[in-house]
Design a protein around this ligand. Structure first.
Ligand code: AMP
Ligand code: GLY
Length: 426
């Protein structure tokens, strides 16, 4: 009988995972998916949101799902893996206590202190007066201000003035714009250096790194404009960084994280994603994520050369081995096309044109905020498409991705994208 796989989420990450997993002998179910996830082989979209944990468990039972893969962080924080496990439904991702690495930045800092994992010096506050005094004493140029809980990529402020720093504290601690997520605020030492996304599979014991990837967080070229969920990414095999650095990331960050979680009685199974800053003093953890990155997953899936389902299931079953992970040589670049007004106020409804012009197996258009209505693809969210291309070199891959973007190829009204993905990197 065909294996039945449920993927929860609706972004480019979930489309890329489904694209890699699709097969004639599998059925894929997306909750809720986007305009293209249901066009994959034997795939369907189901109208359930990722945070509707009980509904997903019921659906998985009704549809006799063999394996559930969780894309976003919210359901992991809500305990979707715990719920599925209690229903005997195998799934990929950490339990809610293990997900605290991402769902509470203050908890993660305490954990790193205990495990001697390198990270920026951090103080936590619940009172505005103490926080304000601390920022004034340190100087706004030397701090980054973050809310403790999940904030969809909007909870960290790298202030560019004293006023911006103080405003951030007021929004978090007085106006309570982030609700419970902002009850505790972190004021962190500001680090400088190149940023890197280090993702690794873990079965609770063994850690097998994926390729390191680079994410472009700012809206505009040359890293200007506001922070976003990610405007593009790339990965290369072999990586652009040295073997020594990769080894250091493994032995000082990834492995001690997984070891510490296991020793605390809360083993981490799933994909661990450390957002790193490469400082003069070595790599340091800016944040943990407990799931695949978006848009890092898109290039990673283009290069992944092993059986992805086996690798994911090995994480759940405690049988992970380095042979579960492998990548073809070359590079992949993902350029995100975002809607007008993104990230503050994304506009929906524009017609997406030119999708039919892509006819090259080395270019995949991963959908995110899209909907198919009355015969047309339309914008339905902030990040709309991730144009992802494979090339022998990074330059080839970037050129290919950009070749299908623009007036005479893929475009929509108000489309925003960066022109330096994979071309200029720090
Ligand atoms: P985070 O929400 O922690 O991932 O932070 C979002 C972005 O803010 C990061 O990708 C960095 O560009 C920047 N950032 C976060 N923490 C720091 C820090 N301690 N020093 C410098 N930049 C930071
Ligand atoms: N690319 C950043 C994230 O997935 O959080």
């Amino acid at each position: 009988m065909a294996e039945r796989i449920l993927i929860t989420g609706s972004g480019g990450r979930e489309h890329a995972l489904g694209w890699k997993l699709q097969s004639f002998d599998r059925e894929l179910f997306f909750t809720p998916g986007n305009a293209e996830t249901c066009q994959l082989e034997n795939a369907k979209n189901m109208g359930v949101q990722p945070t509707e944990v009980e509904k997903i468990a019921d659906l998985a039972k009704d549809e006799h799902i063999d394996y559930v893969i969780v894309g976003p962080e919210e359901p992991l924080g809500l305990g979707i893996i715990d719920t599925l496990t209690s229903c005997n439904i195998p799934s990929f991702g950490p339990t809610s206590v293990a997900a605290r690495l991402e769902t509470s930045k203050a908890w993660a800092i305490d954990f790193m202190l205990g495990q001697h994992i390198p990270h920026p010096t951090t103080h936590t506050f619940q009172e505005i007066d103490e926080a304000t005094l601390h920022v004034t004493n340190r100087g706004w140029k030397h701090v980054v201000i973050k809310v403790d809980g999940l904030a969809a990529g909007k909870g960290s402020v790298v202030p560019s003035s004293e006023k911006e720093a103080q405003d951030a504290l007021i929004r978090m601690l007085v106006k309570k714009e982030f609700g419970k997520a902002g009850e505790t605020v972190l004021v962190q030492e500001r680090l400088t250096g190149e940023e890197l996304s280090a993702l690794a599979f873990s079965d609770g014991q063994t850690v097998v790194p994926l390729l390191v990837a680079q994410d472009y967080k700012r809206l505009k070229d040359n890293d200007e404009g506001p922070n976003t969920g990610g405007m593009g990414s790339f990965a290369t095999n072999p990586p652009l960084v040295s073997k020594e650095l990769l080894q250091k990331i493994h032995t000082t960050i990834l492995q001690p994280t997984v070891d510490g979680m296991r020793e605390a009685g809360t083993p981490f199974k799933g994909v661990l994603y450390a957002g790193l800053m490469l400082t003069k003093g070595g790599p340091k953890v800016l944040e943990y994520n407990v799931r695949f990155g978006d848009p890092e997953t898109q290039p990673l899936m283009m290069l992944f050369s092993r059986n992805l389902l086996f690798a994911l299931q090995a994480c759940s079953q405690g049988t992970l081995h380095k042979d579960h992970v492998g990548f073809r040589r070359g590079s992949a670049v993902c350029v995100v096309l975002a809607s007008e007004g993104y990230p503050e106020n994304p506009k929906k409804g524009a017609i997406i044109r030119g999708l039919e012009k892509v006819d090259d197996p080395n270019i995949q258009v991963f959908h995110a905020g899209t909907i198919f209505k009355r015969g047309k693809y339309k914008v339905n969210g902030g990040r709309v498409l991730g144009i992802t291309a494979f090339g022998a070199t990074l330059q080839d891959a970037a050129k290919k991705a950009y070749s299908v973007i623009g007036k005479h190829a893929i475009h929509f009204k108000g489309m925003q994208y960066r022109t330096d993905i994979g071309i200029k990197y720090r």
